[in-house]
Design a binder for this molecule. Structure first.
Ligand SMILES: [Zn+2]
Length: 1018
């Protein structure tokens, strides 16, 4: 060879360092476990004998073991920390009695005592130091007794609810050792497992009247099988009696069923289960279970698999068809991927609190379902895991999409095959209401597409190939399950079902009972399809790059059809071009992906329109640019749809939403109008609303308008940049004024506010972090106009006081930086504001901290505020811009205030709680220089919406005085609607009548639906 391509050298280095050249090998681990259930103390007493076969080319000096019940032991475990981050504090605050652990361990290797120790960081991992190295090709037997205290079943997967047992991740288990080394991992809720294949021989001793569902085939269990047959007969009788069934599912009965268990028999039984070629063993036991049994013939081998379901009264009505769901799931997964290799499969109705279900080899546990379709979906999905994680044992922690994603792809296919007319929002899609809200056109599988768009459109998505524990809670579902299902559906549409099935069968045959890696799947898919799939595995799977093709032009004449398409996205995935006739796809052709612009010669024929992806198979980030009509003027503009309230983003319509509205304030009284907007789900780049209102009292056209542009720059600095232009006009208060001729008249003052703003939200280096860094610059332009109103003044001028509305227009520039850490326990925040007006500059510092208590959303709220004028030559001493312990006057007009000028009565009691204001009325003048205060509020009892507060403050009005006030709060909705009942104010009560000292906070801006829409958790 005369020359070297540099690429070849790089490839050689990569190959040798990855160990690609190495022959595939995997370890083997065989278990013999004997376990006793103590259902009085909720404990397991057991012994384990673990044969470890070292098939690796390496000699091993140690064995890493998982002791996963220890995950439930204290607050420091990886599980507890993850649950807290996911806003679940049950384990964090749990009592010792409710927690769980594993102990009484005493490891021996081949009969010899060994040194072993818990991992320093994770008490659910331990390392056994072997007395002598385990040679390549040799085997050892590790023995230990163990005792498990079973935690309450509300935390994660292992646990008990009363005497219903869910025994999972329960025994000492060697971590996987593969060509990348040891894979010791702490137990997590968000994130699953990776285990060695081998055989299990497990004997379970427990009271005689428990029904048990477990991994493995029951051996030597003739008596038990007879007992189960009898149970099946009883179940059939029970299900045949509609009265009994009806009674069983009444809410009272369900409740009772969950707390009352039949007494445990004093006689015990021992059940023995054996299975080989599995990598885990789980069992479930409940004395209340009904039992049904069926069988299904496999599509390829025609072998028969036994199917079992076990369930309580609680959802017996849904479970009565459980066998059908089991059989169909096994049939279709076998058909598309390869035959089920075991003799039985069981689904049990468990007390699982987290998630819909959890899979183990042969046996799966299902939580509360609510509907038969949901139950079928969960059973089918969990059964499917026998293939994607059970038989194809990928590392679920590092590549969760290889099990959950591929499984969800099969789940979609199952629903499309068995229920082809199923709609996205279920059965009401096709009702009048579904049509009215324009929700009838979406297929069921689009739930995953819209789930992906939710975060992809907000620049909050994460790649499919990512570690489980690094996903945000929403992305763990939306990316791992959702996006993977969507992109494999896309791949199947492109390759065709036949090629897809052939590839999956090859993958299954080559990798069953092994540990496939992402590269192994890619190799098989490319080999079988004969296509280069870099665009799929490198871009679609490994990155957050977006797919977007745009239709540019089309030309139709006697010679045929030409269609011009441009790739405006970041992935060169294949594209389907559909020819449309009468709103339906008349022809559809797939083309390989490309960069730039291309013109395609399309099939001859007369069509109404050409459309990219007429069948909605492509995960296009933007479908609005997909259609071009062959006739008409605005060929690319979609027809307008005026839609009540809101709907999904429909790519085939130009949607404008409307809602009739009514409003009220003390001056305009009742206002009638409408809200028009284009906010939809998922979020779009440019959003607006227009809210015209008419006040019959002031006979004025009022209202507000808002335009919002969101930019998502690439890179790691900004999460997004928002540019907003907002305007509003309402009445500000009545003013008594004189008009010519000396007659007294009223005038209504209106305020007009225009507010342009730009805000920068910074990206968190760690996506799961709840930190929010925001920098906002806003300009507030306020102008006031007098509208004389036809209402004669009827008093004496002497008793009139002119209300203190501003006599001149003003502007304020505001710069705000805030840093919030909204973590579950002890959240805090800090904000700094600078405000500049014509006559002043002021700076504010606010620090918030919540000392969290055991009860959800409860704690001691501490707020520190310090504000100071850097410069102030405002001519009016009573300027509205001064600080006041009575609270802010909302001169920025950011709040919804029902009676802006009121100082008395109910409306005068509305408090704008910012700038360090007190909750009590304070008898003190305005502070022209500075104000400092500390506000404390604490909840009193769990579940009681009552709190007490203390406010302490100092102001430049009288720097020598420490002012304080205290009282009780009725917390109707925290930070939204609170009522303050003062006990004491150091400056004395303002009003002699107690009720006139009561104030309230009503923060209507917080319940702005558009704001809520943009704050959907990620
Ligand atoms: Zn799953």
């Amino acid at each position: 060879m005369q020359y070297f391509k540099p690429g070849v050298i790089v490839a050689l280095i990569v190959l040798s360092t990855c160990g690609y050249a190495q022959e595939y090998w995997q370890q083997e681990v065989n278990y013999v476990i004997s376990v006793k259930l103590d259902d009085e103390n909720h404990e397991l007493i057991a012994t384990a004998e673990i044969e470890y076969v070292n098939n690796s080319p390496d000699d091993l000096n140690e064995i890493y073991m998982h002791l996963w019940p220890n995950a439930y032991k204290n607050r420091k475990t990886a599980l507890c920390r993850q649950l807290v981050e996911n806003e679940d504090t049950e384990l964090y605050y749990a009592s010792a009695e409710d927690r769980g652990f594993i102990d009484s361990l005493d490891f021996t290797v081949d009969g010899q005592k060994v040194q072993w120790a818990l991992d320093e960081d994770h008490i659910d991992i331990c390392k056994i130091d072997l007395n002598e190295p385990l040679k390549s090709g040799a085997r050892i037997t590790i023995k230990t007794p163990f005792h498990v205290k079973i935690p309450t079943g509300i935390f994660s997967r292992l646990g008990h609810i009363g005497e219903s047992y869910q025994i999972t991740q329960w025994y000492p288990k060697p971590a996987v050792y593969d060509m990348k080394g040891w894979h010791a991992m702490p137990y997590l809720d968000q994130g699953e497992f990776y285990s060695e294949f081998g055989s299990y021989d497990v004997s379970i001793t427990l009271p005689q009247n428990y029904v048990v569902g477990a991994t493995g085939d029951m051996v030597e269990g003739e008596e038990e099988k007879k007992w189960l047959e009898q149970r099946i007969e009883e179940t059939k009788e029970f299900l045949a009696d509609p009265l009994k069934l009806l009674k069983a599912v009444s809410p009272q009965e369900v409740k009772l069923e969950h707390v009352t268990f039949p007494k445990s028999s004093t006689t015990k039984k021992t059940l023995r289960f054996k299975q080989s070629r599995v990598h885990d063993f789980a069992w479930f036991a409940d004395k209340r279970w009904h039992v049904l049994k069926g069988e299904v013939e496999l599509p390829h081998s025609k072998d028969v698999v036994e199917t079992w379901v076990m369930f309580t009264n609680a959802e017996a009505d849904l479970w009565k068809n459980g066998i059908e769901y089991m059989n169909d799931a096994i049939y279709y997964y076998s058909l598309w991927n390869g035959d089920y290799p075991y003799r039985h499969a069981t689904a049990v109705d468990g007390a699982l609190s987290a998630g819909g279900g959890m899979e183990y080899p042969n046996v799966t546990v299902i939580g509360t379902s609510g509907s038969a379709f949901d139950l079928e979906t969960v059973i089918m999905h969990e059964i499917g895991h026998n293939w994607f994680y059970g038989i194809l044992g990928s590392n679920e922690r590092d590549h969760p999409w290889m099990d959950e994603g591929l499984n969800s792809f099969n789940e979609n296919r199952y629903i499309e095959t068995k229920y082809p007319n199923k709609k996205l929002i279920g059965s009401w899609a096709t009702t009048g209401l579904g049509r009215f809200f324009d929700l009838d056109g979406y297929k069921h599988k689009e739930q995953y597409y819209y789930g992906y768009l939710l975060n992809a459109r907000r620049n909050l998505d994460q790649p499919i190939e990512y570690k489980s524990e690094h996903y945000t809670m929403v992305n763990y579902g939306a990316m791992v399950y959702g996006k993977t299902a969507v992109v494999f559906d896309y791949l199947m549409a492109y390759l065709g079902k036949k090629t897809m099935d052939s590839a999956m069968h090859t993958y299954y045959d080559r990798w069953k009972f092994k540990h496939p890696q992402p590269g192994d799947l890619k190799e098989v898919m490319e080999e079988v399809s004969g296509k280069n799939l870099d665009w799929f595995f490198d871009d679609m799977i490994n990155t957050t790059k977006k797919l977007d093709y745009k239709i540019i032009a089309q030309k139709s004449d006697e010679n045929g059809n030409l269609v011009m398409i441009r790739n405006v996205g970041e992935i060169t995935g294949p594209v389907s071009i559909s020819a449309m006739r009468d709103g339906k796809v008349a022809a559809d052709i797939w083309y390989d992906g490309f960069d730039g612009t291309r013109v395609f010669e399309y099939l001859p024929g007369e069509y109404d329109a050409f459309k990219i992806d007429g069948f909605h198979d492509m995960p296009e980030i933007q479908r609005k640019n997909n259609t071009i009509r062959t006739r008409g003027i605005f060929k690319k503009t979609e027809p307008l749809r005026l839609q009540f309230l809101m709907s999904l983003d429909n790519p085939d319509k130009s949607q404008v939403f409307y809602t009739p509205l009514m409003g009220w304030n003390d001056y305009d009284h009742f206002m009638f109008g409408a809200l028009f907007h284009n906010y939809k789900f998922p979020k779009r780049k440019f959003e607006w609303y227009l809210m015209p209102m008419y006040s019959s009292s002031t006979e004025q056209l009022l209202g507000s308008v808002n335009m919002d542009l969101t930019l998502n720059p690439r890179g790691n600095v900004f999460q997004h940049i928002n540019i907003t232009l907002a305007g509003k006009r309402y009445s500000n208060g009545e003013q008594y004024s004189y008009i010519s001729g000396g007659n007294s008249k009223y005038a209504m003052v209106q305020y007009n506010r225009i507010k342009p703003a730009i805000s920068f939200k910074f990206k968190n280096p760690r996506a799961r972090s709840k930190v929010e860094n925001l920098l906002t610059f806003s300009h507030h332009q306020l102008s006031f106009t007098n509208k004389p109103i036809d209402k004669n003044f009827e008093g004496t001028s002497g008793s009139l006081s002119v209300t203190s509305f501003p006599s001149e227009d003003y502007y304020i520039n505001k710069l705000r930086w805030s840093h919030y850490n909204n973590k579950t326990i002890h959240p805090y925040g800090i904000a700094i504001d600078f405000e500049q007006g014509k006559h002043f500059i002021k700076a504010n510092l606010e620090i918030d901290f919540e000392l969290s208590y055991k009860w959800e959303n409860k704690g001691l709220d501490i707020q520190f505020f310090a504000g100071r004028f850097i410069f102030n030559d405002y001519p009016n001493v009573n300027s509205r811009f001064a600080y006041s312990l009575d609270g802010n006057t909302d001169y920025l007009y950011d709040y919804v205030i029902l009676g802006r000028q009121e100082t008395e009565g109910v409306l005068g009691a509305q408090l704008v709680s910012n700038d360090g204001g007190f909750r009590n009325f304070v008898n003190m003048g305005p502070a022209q220089t500075w104000l400092t205060s500390i506000n404390l509020q604490t909840a009193l009892w769990k579940g009681v919406p009552l709190a007490v507060y203390v406010d302490v403050g100092w102001t430049s009005y009288d720097p020598t005085q420490t002012i304080y006030g205290m009282g009780a709060t009725i917390v109707v909705v925290k930070n939204l609607f609170e009522v303050y009942l003062p006990f004491y104010t150091s400056t004395g009560a303002i009003h002699s009548a107690y009720e006139r000292n009561i104030r309230f906070m009503l923060n209507l801006t917080e319940i702005n639906p558009f704001k809520l829409l943009n704050n959907i958790p990620h």
